[in-house]
Ligand binder design. Sequence first.
Ligand code: AR6
Length: 540
Amino acid sequence: MCEQSWRGVPISEIYGSQNPWGAPEFPLIVPSSNHAVLYHVPSINQLVNDAPPKPRVGKDIWTHDFVRMPCSRQSLYPVEDGNGESHLKKRWAIIEQALSKPMSTSQDLANSILSYNTKFKTTWKFQALHKLFNEYLEEDEAQYFFNVTLPEIVKLALALPKLVQCPIPLLKQNKSMSISLSQQQIASLLANAFFCTFPRRNTTKQTSEYASYPYINFNRLYNSSGSESTLEKLKCICHYFRRVCTKVPTGAVTFSRRCVATSSMPRWPLVQDTIAGLPVHVDSETTIEEAHGLIQVDFANKFLGGGVLNFGCVQEEIRFVICPELMISMLFTEMLLSNEAIMIIGSERYSTYSGYGGSFHWTGDYKDTTPFDSSGRKRCAVLAIDALPYSSLRHEYDKNKITRELNKAWVGLSFGTDQKSQEREFPGVATGNWGCGAFGGSPQLKSLIQIMACSCARRPMAYFTFGDAQLRDEIINVYNLLSTHNVTVGQLFKYIVEYTSTTIRPNHLHQFLQQKLLDGTRNKLSDVMEVSDIPMETIK
Ligand code: AR6
């Protein structure tokens, strides 16, 4: 009989029901001053009709508060005439003209992209794009792409003015706000990113308007050296387009930014919730994206998506390429501050994969059977929280840094919870070694930080150790130890802070806690002994 891969409570206690979909749905999509909905919210009957929702009509706005759309009337581009004189032309007209020409090679595609990005004629070399289509793919695969898929991506991109008629607000720092888009609108926006049409998004200069936003145009991916994992990421993206061009998805996706004032954060040393009150499930085999029905943590970069449009290929990047709708968050989400998190509800998965990092491979189509909620969103919630990067344990084991990570985790994990209630919040969360890979943190500390944040948010926790059975057992052992001693979040915070002033050694925190709690028990016992040893007559 094979050994079970999990410890702690059964996963049903993290769902809050026997099946993954028994937890309450997230709030319905309702347009309001802090929720921009870019399509007409269909009635339940229309959802059953299986047609994409209709775009809402709005004004063309060209300001700092909204995405500068390539199809805006005010998006102008300098074009030289035959006499060398420069004239401003509508950028969209140039894009339409360029993309309407037949393209049968990667060079044709590169030339089209350069025709409205002329500044980069000498710097964008498209190595990865050429390598993909000229060397990496089978000839018939490349031909299928240029004959069948690419013309459809062009149609999708050029349908932008019809499909997205309302301005898209930017999810700026220091403001809680949501945007809902239909999957069809997202596909059209991503098709534009594919053709690098978004204005003002190509430079990384500190002074540029979008310096505090992630990249969105795909040029960085095309212009990288074309490592195998980059080519595999491109395969995922091409597969996504093949899917959405074959059958338009009909759902919607909500992107919510949550910002909590520092004064409203928990006072960690005083938090009375006990660790024992938190249901914990630890599994070494499952991955986060396989934990259906739970809130799935994205180990994010403060610039959402991290290196997905570059050379990165770890948890966040992989998640974004197998579920490319997540990538459109990069169009409008300003860099996250330490008191902010992003929740994305409704994204669909399109690809399967194998490997990780340099060994990542696209392995085929994924049929996502996740049910839709009453607002037509896939019941998939992805929570983006960015840990701090560390170069040494010494830096990570610092009271202020620990408080920052606790706050960050709590802002995300308490998303949508009723802070006055004492009830558990379902669905629970699916997380793991947050901040412990590319960002160099230690799972011993990060698992405790997440246990504390979940306890305080009353959100049950499933922790996936990514193949590490030893870590799984360590986490459940320390959780059992803390539970047995009825340790509160506040006490644990103080113990960890005490630990920071000792000589920090790798993988030593759990031992320290064990010692601390055993000493505490001994002291209590000896207190009891001392009291009972005192002759009765002296106790008055
Ligand atoms: N499911 C469960 N655990 C996983 C999974 C998965 N699918 N994938 C990885 N892990 P990392 P970070 C485990 O390095 O350290 C990106 O570039 C595995 O043990 O992705 O927070 C972002 O954009 C892995 O070592 O997250 C940021 O820039 C660990 O989780 C940066 O990396 C951490 O995964 C974030 O780095």
